[in-house]
Design a binder for this molecule. Structure first.
Ligand code: GUN
Length: 304
């Protein structure tokens, strides 16, 4: 018997993209401004190619300019840094995203930190990570990493006020786990970051009113790790073998088992995934507004 509500990230993301599109149309009409996003991909990682293709498609659909840079796998770090500097100086480019992972020889953090922090729509620059940690209540939030931002929007739409909730984030990556924990802390949750060395992980997860799974291990979180009535956000996108020699996508949570215990859960696919690109578009429109001294609309506050 399943009882959990399935959180429709696909519909939520479509609605957010619609609001971004309305803003982009108004920026063109009132200010002659078209936000532009540059996406840089090095090499031929198949998953990255699919992500980048979707980013470009949805950027254009929102009425923004998309500048795609596909570089060969042997590209040097110096050449990549030179491209980033060129994009920093290009007034038509308001957001820059360098798709990760980069080839091993390239220092990811050196490349990310070469991006102008005001164009860092991934929110990965050390300045934006620091701003997220230190932002004062009521002051302008920095550009925030897209996946955790999307998770937070879904949580607020589902729960409303998050203050006092016990949140457990499983995974400590710079892309998801750490910024997710910061965002939940800002919402006055009591936050635990759990990871591969955490002792008795099932018991830690069972404490969570809000459980965010971002580990990249198929169905690792089992049904009896979940507190009855919890809200579960599954960030995992894992491709596994299915029947008939096919493959399928599953999350980090055993969704069928979790549905019998949780109050609400995001599906995979169709949960967090679509929110990431929608938040990237919202960040790009926000960055364009700020670079032109225009007050950006509150894309992120719906459901608060
Ligand atoms: N690789 C996986 N997720 C992301 C992301 O959100 N941004 C970038 N740049 N690369 C990624």
């Amino acid at each position: 018997m399943s009882k959990a509500k399935i959180i429709d990230g696909k519909a939520f993301a479509a609605e957010l993209r619609g609001r971004v599109g309305d803003t982009v149309a108004a920026l063109g009409r009132d200010h002659g401004l078209t936000p532009g996003l540059a996406v840089v991909l090095v090499g031929k990682n198949p998953a990255s190619h699919i992500y980048v293709r979707n980013k470009n498609k949805q950027t254009l659909e929102a009425g923004m300019n998309s500048f795609e840079h596909n570089l060969p796998v042997e590209t040097s770090q110096d050449a990549l840094l030179a491209l980033v500097r060129q994009l920093n100086d290009d007034p038509k480019v308001h957001g820059i995203l360098v798709q990760l992972p980069l080839p091993d020889r390239i220092d990811d953090q050196a490349v990310i930190n070469a991006i102008d922090p005001d164009k860092d729509v991934d929110g990965f620059h050390v300045i934006n990570a620091g701003r997220l940690m230190t932002v004062a209540k009521g002051s302008q939030p920095p550009l925030v990493p897209c996946t955790p931002l999307g998770c937070l929007m879904l949580l607020k739409a589902e729960i409303g006020d998050l203050s006092g909730q016990r949140a457990v984030v499983v995974g400590r990556s710079n892309i998801v786990g750490k910024p997710m924990a910061q965002l939940l802390l800002q919402e006055s949750c009591t936050v635990t970051i759990a990871h591969s060395r955490t002792r008795d992980l099932p018991a830690v997860c069972r404490e969570a009113d809000i459980l965010v799974a971002a580990v990249g291990r198929p169905k690792m979180i089992e049904g009896d790790w979940i507190k009855p009535g919890a809200v579960v956000i599954d960030v995992g996108i894992n491709r596994i073998e299915a029947e008939g020699g096919k493959t399928k996508l599953v999350g980090d949570v055993d969704t069928e088992a979790a549905k019998r215990v949780a109050a609400a859960i995001t599906p995979v696919p169709g949960g967090v995934g679509p929110m990431t690109i929608a938040c990237l578009l919202a960040n790009t429109a926000t960055a364009a507004c700020r670079q032109h001294g225009i007050e950006p609309p509150g894309f992120y506050t719906k459901g608060r």
